[in-house]
Design a protein around this ligand. Structure first.
Ligand SMILES: NC(=O)c1ccc[n+]([C@@H]2O[C@H](COP(=O)([O-])OP(=O)(O)OC[C@H]3O[C@@H](n4cnc5c(N)ncnc54)[C@H](OP(=O)(O)O)[C@@H]3O)[C@@H](O)[C@H]2O)c1
Length: 395
């Protein structure tokens, strides 16, 4: 197992007034959102015995970072993890969990949820605590309830070691969130080789790194899509050249090749996946991807982009929309939804993303004024697309 340093860089820890020692965390973290279940889906009953075998094996092999959340696996994840980490395993890992900001109306709610989490996880201290799923629609709650200060107070009391956030919105908003506090220790981003311009993207990754935040990566395999590449990407792996490459190996090593990610979280749903990913993590060095591997990834990125039904280049010339619709964001969610369905026809992720974006930004608010189409350099039929997106993604 390879390790990288975790903790805020380049400045003093202003909360307790002294330098905080950096800790070494495994480059592969265990994401507890996709443990094995009786129906193979995230709403099934978790197979706790198999999950224990997987998680304890991963820890025995050197993983020291586990990520969970109150809402994962229909609320089962934290309590199951708490039980699995008994018998001496708790002391071997950093536990990361998250405040479901959308369920918080006051600091009292946050206190109650935090105490429930400590109870379920059987721990007094939560090592790594995140404001979960920050996006514009939840930001007002964070500000109104002063949730960053709330978390920092817990840190001062020793109930949390590191404070950060997970993020699912665009780059501009990401910069706003990073700059909203000098006390963030880290952030958690969706990032993989198809996602350099998605959400915070590569620009966000580098921005946070420059600011000294540690970076945790989520969805490194695009929720499994990159492990079973379909369509044009699948054809590339079937080609003579593609047979030299292994999809999961390439996706992880593309991330670790970069210096910015500290931990790459993997949601593993079988023991075989755990053993395979542990093996790949032994090669989690920066700057080691070979030129032919980089060239093949460029081809995969091109193939992925060709599979996108809406050829939006995110130039944002269509913005601002007079009705407040975030046109590029709706396109991004719809494109990812369409590509994801190629490998998982039951995926609900697109619908979830659409339902949880700021209501005023949703495609449904398009009043067909047409000003966006006048300014789109790609001449996209934006109004038609927005209508189709709302029809497809509304719950
Ligand atoms: N904070 C947030 O807002 C947020 C959002 C998303 C995720 N997360 C965290 O980040 C973690 C990682 O994200 P993710 O679970 O989406 O990761 P991911 O790596 O993109 O997707 C995980 C899926 O990839 C497949 N997979 C993993 N290893 C494999 C292997 N060796 N061979 C074949 N398939 C493999 C499995 O799919 P199958 O199960 O289909 O086999 C697995 O369920 C989550 O578990 C969670 O802890 C946080």
């Amino acid at each position: 197992m390879q390790y990288r340093e975790f903790g805020k860089d380049k400045r003093k820890d202003n909360v307790n007034g002294k330098d905080k020692d950096k800790v070494k965390v495994s480059v592969l973290g265990f994401g507890c959102m996709r443990l094995p279940t009786d129906n193979g889906k995230m709403d099934g009953v978790v197979d706790e015995k198999e999950s224990a075998r997987m998680i304890r094996h991963a820890i025995d092999a050197g993983i020291n970072y586990v990520d969970t959340a109150k809402v994962y696996l229909s609320g089962q994840s934290e309590a199951i993890l708490g039980r699995i980490l008994q018998d001496g395993y708790r002391e071997k890992v950093m536990i990361a969990t998250k405040l479901p900001v959308w369920d918080v109306k006051s600091r009292k709610d946050a206190d109650r949820i935090f105490d429930e989490q400590r109870h379920d996880l059987k721990t007094e201290k939560i090592d790594v605590y995140l404001l979960h799923n920050l996006k514009r629609s939840y930001w007002k709650t964070c500000l109104d309830c002063q949730l960053i200060d709330w978390a920092l107070e817990k840190k001062e009391k020793g109930e949390i070691d590191y404070v950060g956030f997970s993020f699912h919105d665009d780059y501009d908003f990401f910069v706003e969130v990073v700059n909203s506090s000098e006390h963030w220790d880290f952030c958690q981003l969706q990032y993989n080789y198809t996602g350099e311009t998605v959400q915070a993207g590569a620009r966000g990754l580098r921005y946070a790194f420059e600011k000294g935040l540690s970076i945790i990566i989520m969805e490194p395999l695009l929720g499994g899509v990159l492990a079973k590449p379909a369509g044009k990407m699948g054809e590339l792996f079937q080609s003579e050249k593609g047979k030299n490459f292994q999809p999961v190996d390439l996706a992880f090593r593309w991330l670790w090749d970069q210096p910015e990610p500290t931990v790459v979280l993997s949601g593993m749903s079988s023991f075989e996946q755990v053993t395979q990913n542990l093996q790949i993590a032994n090669q989690g060095f920066a700057g080691t991807l070979q030129p032919e591997e980089k060239a093949f990834i460029l081809e995969l990125q091109k193939a992925y982009n060709q599979s996108m039904p809406i050829k939006c280049t995110k130039c944002r010339y269509c913005m601002p929309c007079p009705s407040g619709v975030d046109i590029p964001l709706n396109f991004e969610i719809y494109n990812n939804h369409t590509v994801t369905l190629e490998t998982d026809k039951n995926s609900m992720l697109g619908k979830i993303f659409y339902a949880t974006m700021l209501e005023s930004q949703q495609a449904v608010n398009c009043v067909r004024c047409g000003s966006c189409e006048e300014s789109c350099p790609q001449k996209l039929p934006i109004q038609e697309y927005l209508a189709e997106i709302d029809r497809t993604l509304k719950s």
